[in-house]
Design a protein around this ligand. Structure first.
Ligand SMILES: [Fe+2]
Length: 400
């Protein structure tokens, strides 16, 4: 995380005696990345954060990923609205695709989650609809539609959905990394301040507010590690932190706060990059002026990123390049390495006609994930697949 914060009560010096009002000392917990060599935060607990009393394997839950290669090779289109399963924001996740670096899931949230700690890597939860309160040992975030909530590895937290109404379920895209999700280095100064050319800055990040307190004994926490899921029962509720300081904590960033970068002719997706993770990037396509050269072609050219698989989640507006392909709000497409993709035939001419009639902006909103290793596909995704998508370019061309 880019910058230092203090929340709640902490002693003046690190690793000194910090007395509880009723007697005894608060218990320190240093949460740190890369073995004391990267960002960390120092938390002060009322009770020891080490006291566990039980460990039980948690197996055979609905969201377990069963992934297989994209073979025979095809571009894919999934309609998330057709994923029927619901659940809490942790165990209700429906894995769609993944590899050794990342797992991408979709969840329709209908209930509060248990306490959860992902010890495999950071998570980015992109809230598509509704709102959710995120509570953690660091504090809380009131997440709204369009928020990416970035959760550092090892953070004990829970999700409490707040539906806007029965007609609009709480839905989210969940990105689980096997490592850390960070701001691209090129947006930051040597010492971590956002640079002026970056498409967002410190003021756009909403850190946790806290602390959040909860009482209780014998409290279960679901822990994900590389072996699977375990329910660890803690002697005392983990939400007993009176204060912390450091550069490691959860925060939210709303896609509407991304400042799009526009060129005179079409700019490639790196201008939309929002986060980076191990062997993947996350980009935000936001409403913006169309490319403004009178001769510009303001939608993507056909391209083949030979080192990447490209996943796109369509969350708002009209995505001109996909018009006529069956892709709409809630769709997820996968354009894998080995396949050249681009606008549906006729889309370029349609957008040029629009410009000639006075159109100057695009209202598209989409989240894109490019991975540098192939994405495997899940059983759950197959149930929501549009089998005709792969042939949509050829069908449109035959109508020209
Ligand atoms: Fe692309």
């Amino acid at each position: 995380m880019p910058y230092y914060r203090v929340m709640g009560e902490i002693p003046r010096k690190r690793h000194t005696r910090f007395h509880r009002p009723g007697g005894g000392l608060y218990a320190e917990e240093l949460m740190g990345e890369e073995g004391f060599s990267s960002d960390s935060s120092l938390l002060y607990h009322v009770n020891p954060p080490t006291a566990i009393i039980k460990s039980d394997a948690l197996a055979d839950f609905a969201g377990e990923a069963r992934l297989a290669a994209n073979h025979p090779l095809l571009p894919r289109h999934y309609k998330t609205q057709e994923l029927a399963a619901k659940g809490d924001a942790v165990l209700g996740r429906q894995p769609l695709m993944g590899n050794d670096d990342i797992r991408i899931s979709f969840v329709t949230v209908d209930s509060p989650s248990e306490l959860y700690r992902n010890s495999v890597g950071d998570e980015a939860v992109y809230l598509q609809n509704g709102s959710m309160r995120f509570e953690s040992v660091y504090g809380a975030i009131d997440a709204v539609a369009g928020d990416y909530v970035i959760i550092p590895r090892g953070t004990i937290h829970r999700w409490l959905p707040e539906p806007a109404g029965p007609a609009v379920p709480v839905t989210a895209l969940v990105i689980e990394a096997r490592g850390h999700i960070r701001t691209p280095k090129r947006y930051l100064s040597q010492t971590g301040q956002f640079l002026e050319h970056a498409p967002y800055s410190e003021r756009d990040l909403r850190p946790v507010r806290g602390p959040v307190f909860a009482d209780g004994d014998d409290v279960p926490v679901i822990v994900r590690n590389r072996g699977g899921l375990t329910t660890l029962t803690y002697a005392h509720h983990p939400f007993d932190v009176v204060g912390w300081d450091g550069c490691l904590y959860p925060y939210a960033f709303n896609i509407a706060d991304f400042e799009p970068i526009v060129k005179r002719t079409h700019a490639p997706p790196p201008v939309h990059q929002t986060f980076e993770g191990p062997n993947f990037v996350i980009c935000s396509f936001c409403p913006r002026p169309l490319d403004f050269d009178p001769q510009s072609v303001p939608i993507p050219y056909n391209h083949h990123n030979v080192d990447s698989d490209e996943m796109m989640f369509y969350v708002g507006g009209d995505y001109s390049a996909r018009q006529g392909s069956g892709v709409g709000i809630g769709s997820i497409t996968l354009h894998p390495s080995g396949f050249t993709h681009g606008p549906i035939p006729g889309a370029v001419e349609a957008v040029i006609r629009g410009m000639e009639a006075g159109r100057t902006t695009t209202d598209e909103t989409a989240v894109m994930i490019d991975t540098f290793r192939p994405l495997l596909l899940s059983d759950q995704a197959a149930a929501a697949e549009d089998p005709d998508y792969a042939w949509s370019w050829a069908k449109a061309a035959s109508h020209d």
